[in-house]
Design a protein around this ligand. Structure first.
Ligand code: KIV
Length: 263
């Protein structure tokens, strides 16, 4: 049976850490869910790790829909989240709904979009019309040109207060989950304690309700320098299934991320 948002929510309410990994195809969907990963994120990171671009910006809605279909064919029980690629959620709420509906029809159970307060009206529009939303704040890779690079966010008090306001705004608007990327661990803990929806962290500290990593990073197959928050789970593992199993175990136990993976 497929995991739904209420089941994710009840794990969160019980205090169980939630496990998420990015996933872009049917074979990995099976491997990841068999290893116990609850949430498969069809991330627009596929623009970098599959397509070889140096940002997520060139990814199209058609490409995302294709990968969501692949993952949905492989997954039997995991909860599937689809990223809304650049330019498809930064439009008016009606057009965003149309774009999100395409990903839901392809097999997603929820869409993820980047932005806080500024996206509140869009999030309300979608959630009031049956599309669950995962809001993504902190380092938002689609804004890399505005941010001036892939940098840790929320470091000073003003920026941290804005992220707290963003978290409240998206929760009020109806977001069902909140992704926190590349922020100080103390701020990750503060946001998590101040909202009533699960927070899924990537470089946001161990106190988030769950964790996510890009699959190709944690398997150490994506070339180049890794961000501080990545751990190579293939090291010492005899297979991909074993590496993913270790990730699930460490997230559930609260031992990943360790201090060395945090800001
Ligand atoms: O696209 C992606 O992989 C993401 C990461 C932050 C997990 O959104």
């Amino acid at each position: 049976m497929t995991m739904n948002l209420s089941q994710i929510r009840s794990l969160y309410e019980k205090g169980e850490k939630l496990t998420t990994l990015t996933c872009y195809d049917a074979t990995f969907a099976q491997v990841l869910e068999q290893a116990g990963v609850e949430i498969l994120l069809v991330g627009d990171s596929l623009g970098m790790v599959l397509q070889g671009h140096n940002s997520t910006l060139p990814v199209t809605l058609d490409q995302m829909a294709y990968h969501v279909e692949c993952v949905a064919r492989g997954a039997k029980q995991a909860f599937i989240v689809a990223d809304m690629p650049f330019g498809t959620s930064q439009v008016n709420p009606e057009k965003t709904f149309e774009n999100a509906a395409r990903l839901m029809a392809a097999g997603a159970h929820m869409v993820k979009l980047e932005g806080g307060e500024v996206m509140a009206d869009t999030i309300a529009f979608l959630t009031q019309r049956g599309i669950p939303v995962f809001a993504h704040i902190g380092l938002t890779p689609q804004s890399v040109n505005q941010l001036g690079g892939y940098r840790v966010q929320g470091k000073d008090n003003k920026a941290a207060q804005q992220l707290l306001r963003d978290a409240h705004a998206v929760e009020q608007a109806g977001a069902g989950m909140l992704l926190l990327e590349a922020i100080p661990a103390t701020l990750g803990a503060e946001i998590t304690a101040n909202v009533n929806i699960p927070t899924i962290g990537i470089g946001a500290g161990k106190d988030c309700s769950g964790q996510v990593l890009v699959l190709h990073d944690m398997l150490d197959i994506y070339p180049g320098k890794k961000p501080r928050f990545v751990k190579n789970f293939m090291a010492g593992s005899a297979s991909i299934a074993e590496a993913v199993g270790k990730y699930v175990k460490e997230v559930k136990a609260g031992s990943f991320p360790a201090a060395e993976h945090c800001f």
